[in-house]
Design a protein around this ligand. Structure first.
Ligand code: ATP
Length: 349
């Protein structure tokens, strides 16, 4: 193996830098030069005028101190044209010209599909799961999920403290476009009363009834945790008809959001106040937890060892507390499990 390349792709996630650091230390130990590729697959398409803006040799000196840093030192970006074969072939040419004989791809399922395409064109690749959503079914852990959940838990605890002081419900939007794992785990860990996820069909009326049940029991400070993808998976809802049929005033329709949802809950349940909180980017830009950093450390080393030993076309994951690897193709075919019993438990208590 003359040189190894490493890139981060898709959304950034805490722990990506720790994984790059581990790849760099391992490559240095095995005497293999390491090239960092910038902005996901874009760096391989040589879009910049300067080679330095697309690629950079990652010396130990450069990466030793980045492990705890949030974000990704290599930058990340979507690269939609990389789905097309002609661009994948261009990337192979770049890799060959740079004498890069193996590639470590840190990202989510889309990034792994890119890695699979390169493998099919003869480039040995290893994937490290880096996505806060936890939407990779083959592994119990992906870099950033544990950190994101912990950020949400810390924020929700603070929000609940103020909700309690003022006897006022709160809506908290967390990340998760197609996957409600962050919302569910954060809700369970904070004792939040209601959770809404994209995996389970829902209606505004249904959540209003759940909230009303809490109010009727004397709980005026319930927390509703909502995954961001829920605004798209929501059943059609006509607030105007709903409220006017009950003789209440109504504002014109606008797209659903955490702020509007809180306002709708307030009006439907006749409360004085219900506050919306969107946790947003702090979930992705946080420093990695020890759990994420430790996984990154092991995964980075295993990725380099596999490439050195001529094993490729694999993704690394965690199963029953142990780091393992399996073929990319097989990993991408696994079906995702959503913990529906836990979801039902939260919403029924
Ligand atoms: P996250 O979901 O956390 O953002 P991800 O890796 O799933 O991570 P995507 O935006 O789906 O994020 O994919 C990242 C990049 O991977 C894309 O911009 C593209 O460059 C590449 N990619 C995605 N799908 C494919 C595919 N089918 N074939 C080749 N490359 C792909």
């Amino acid at each position: 193996m003359r040189k190894i390349g490493v890139l981060t792709s898709g959304g950034d996630s805490p722990g990506m830098n720790a994984a790059v650091m581990s790849v760099a230390r391992s490559a240095a130990m095995y005497g293999i030069p390491l090239i960092g590729i910038k902005r996901g697959y874009n760096g391989l398409l040589r879009k910049s005028a300067n080679l330095k803006d697309d690629m950079q040799e990652l010396t130990l000196e450069l990466v030793l101190d980045i492990a705890d840093d949030p974000g990704t030192y290599l930058r990340t970006a979507r690269c939609l044209e990389f789905k097309e074969k002609k661009y994948q072939e261009k990337a192979v040419k770049t890799l060959k010209s740079m004498q890069i004989d193996g590639l470590v791809v840190i990202g989510g399922d889309g990034s792994f599909r890119g890695a699979q395409a390169l493998c099919d064109l003869g480039v040995p690749c290893i994937g490290i799961p880096g996505t806060i959503d936890n939407d990779l079914p083959y592994t119990e852990m992906s870099l950033g999920y544990d950190t994101a959940v912990n950020v949400c838990v810390e924020a929700i605890r603070k929000i609940r403290a103020t909700s309690r002081s003022h006897d006022r419900p709160a809506v908290v939007e967390v990340m998760g476009r197609h996957c409600g794992d962050i919302a569910l785990t954060a809700a369970v860990s904070t004792g939040s009363e209601i959770v809404v996820v994209p995996e389970v069909p829902w209606t505004v009326e249904g959540v209003a009834m759940q909230l009303q049940r809490q109010l009727d029991r004397g709980n005026y400070r319930a927390t509703i945790v909502v995954a961001e993808g829920c605004w798209e998976s929501m059943a059609p809802f006509d607030l105007y008809n709903f409220l006017t049929s009950r003789g209440k005033p109504c504002y014109p329709e606008e797209p659903m959001s955490a702020v509007r949802f809180a306002s709708v809950m307030k009006r439907m349940c006749g409360m004085v106040e219900a506050r919306a909180n969107v946790i947003g980017y702090v979930q992705r830009g946080a420093e990695p937890t020890a759990r994420d950093s430790a996984f990154a450390f092991e995964a980075g080393n295993l990725a380099v060892r596999l490439l050195r030993d001529g094993i490729s076309n694999q993704v690394i994951g965690m199963q029953k507390g142990k780091v393992f690897y399996m073929p990319i193709e097989k990993a991408l075919k696994k079906e995702r499990y959503f913990n529906r019993p836990l979801f039902d438990l939260v919403n029924s208590l």
